[in-house]
Write a protein that binds this ligand. Structure first.
Ligand code: HEC
Length: 179
């Protein structure tokens, strides 16, 4: 009897020891705020880039996207994009993102923003990106021939075509310091 009580009290102590239960609502709000500048600046660069036609916009995107991600990464916070079907290999998912990406990819019912404890100092945030009609120009099933050529030159391993509007495309992610 005493032993059972002892085991029960030990079990009860376990969650307190790990101590890493996240306040999900708080971290989701922080993550959404962290990725917002990148979302806005990318959209702005895309829209103004497209004014000169999609082929020119690819060059803008290639130069601007990494720069905008770096600029939006401030004060120990890092942000970026990732996808299971990459155009630019440097957008590859880090290990903590992979399982979230897999869920988004396979389960349309579970495409809410997500948070995860990466380690004791860092929280990871991810939110899904969906294709809009505008995106199909450069990520759709049939691309203009000159666009196809340019993409082939710049991204010889491009996997990010064949999408339709509404499709799940990838994630915006943030790494947030815990303190
Ligand atoms: C003008 C052509 C163009 C349009 C339009 C466009 N993209 Fe892209 N997209 C690119 C290029 C080029 C890259 C690679 C950027 C880089 O080098 O970092 C890219 C990369 C991405 C990535 C990062 C993952 C990867 O595969 O490297 C995501 C996610 C993405 N695009 C989603 C979208 C969405 C959503 C839209 C519509 C809002 C969109 N794109 C519209 C050209 C385009």
């Amino acid at each position: 009897m005493l032993r059972t009580a002892l085991i029960l009290s030990l079990l009860a102590a376990v969650p307190a020891c790990t101590g890493s239960k996240l306040n999900e609502a708080k971290w989701k709000a922080a993550g959404a705020e962290a990725v917002l500048p990148l979302k806005k600046s990318l959209k702005g660069a895309l829209v103004s880039g497209l004014e000169n036609g999609p082929v020119a916009a690819i060059s803008t995107c290639r130069v601007e996207a990494p720069k905008l991600a770096a600029e939006a990464s401030l004060g120990g916070v890092k942000v970026g994009r990732a996808s299971g079907r990459l155009r630019n290999p440097s957008n590859a998912a880090k290990p903590w993102m992979q399982s979230i990406l897999d869920v988004y990819e396979t389960d349309p019912e579970r495409r809410e923003p997500a948070v995860v404890a990466i380690d004791k100092n860092t929280v990871g945030y991810a939110e899904p990106i969906f294709m809009q009609p505008l995106c199909v120009t450069c990520h759709g099933a049939t691309l203009a021939p000159d666009l196809q050529t340019k993409l082939g030159e710049l991204y010889p391993t491009d996997q990010a075509t064949g999408y339709a509007a509404g499709d799940f495309r990838g994630i915006f992610w943030a790494e947030l310091p815990r303190n």
